[in-house]
Design a protein around this ligand. Sequence first.
Ligand code: CTP
Length: 403
Amino acid sequence: MRVALGVSGGIAAYKAAELARLLMEDGHSVQCVLTSSAQEFIRPLTFAALTGRKVITDLFHASSGEDVLASAVEHIAVAQENDVLLVAPATAGILAKFAHGLADDFLSTLYLAFEGPVVVAPAMNTAMWGHAATQTNLAMLAARGHVVVDPGVGHLACGTVGPGRLAEPAIIAAAIQAIAHPLRDLAGEVCLITAGPTQEPLDPVRYLTNRSSGKMGYALASAAHARGARVILVSGPVDLPAPEGVERVRVRTAQEMRDAVMQRLPESTIIIKAAAVADFQLEEVPRQKVKKTSARFSLELVPTPDILAEVGSIRGERLLVGFAAETQNLEQEARRKLESKRCDMVVANLVGGEGVGFESDDNEVLLVTRRNGSIAVPRASKLAVSHRILEECLKLRLVGQPA
Ligand code: CTP
């Protein structure tokens, strides 16, 4: 593949030289683009020597005649000539420019002109990485279908320890290989995935809900789409953009989620119920706002429809995956749900701890299967965990599961 490798300014810029070498070894051609701040950390000559090509260092670098015109449209030419745009390290600044379409140097202008796949490997100080602005920008880029190679955790140049360290060049090169040779092992499958919480109204202004952010279900939808599946994402109310290429059906209550799932079940081949469905609802919702009339107030709730159990009873040959968020007895509870809801696999995770589970970007799960025992998946990004879940689904497909 022809890779345009953007290098933005940060201590990790020197690692981009190793990355360029690995990409060349993998058989790609590499066109380097250095921002002006990257050039404070590493010389263009290093990249020119490694790639055997002229390195682009600014937007208007020629000073006379035809060269001026050529340099003025060079970002368009580079955009058209390359198959993938990779930025490593990507600073908080370049991520912000990409997210908001600010084109004021060669790399950010190239980004806007580029129509192919984009991979960014961020590297920055831990506080900058954790800042809401950076995370919002990254979420915008991910929603555009760009691949984000998450930074590792470690000692940073600023003296702190935490996330922000550029991913190892081999991992970034592997992300480019995944684009060059995409996995299409879910081609032909239709994945019906539920995500997020549900809201059960108590009156016209109040509702019961839970802490689910929807991130796990959305990551599963992105991963399944990337592996070639057609994806229907039935989503409770969450604050996430629909993943690229995924059909999203928005619902609010457990009953609406049940109806949407039942409607789309006939065309589905794999059902993954990642949603945190509310277990109880009001039987009849008052039409008017409930007034404060006494010091105490009781609600009588009735169970919501158990969507997973209903799907389990009519699933046929479809592969069925449930989730179990538990605060204790993880494996035991997951196995109970596996049996009672007739699933092929239950993805179990402990909730209530720090850093994983609800609202977090990471997860650590136990895959409890009917035939292949229980598999512990160590803490990783929800996207990485999603790929692990889908790999296990494919294995279960191969061994064959009785309904
Ligand atoms: N689920 C569902 N419909 C419900 C409740 C849960 O489809 N009304 C699904 C969830 O999407 C999840 C699985 O069932 O895939 C397990 O959810 P959980 O709330 O852990 O299970 P419950 O059956 O509610 O068990 P308990 O409350 O006893 O833990």
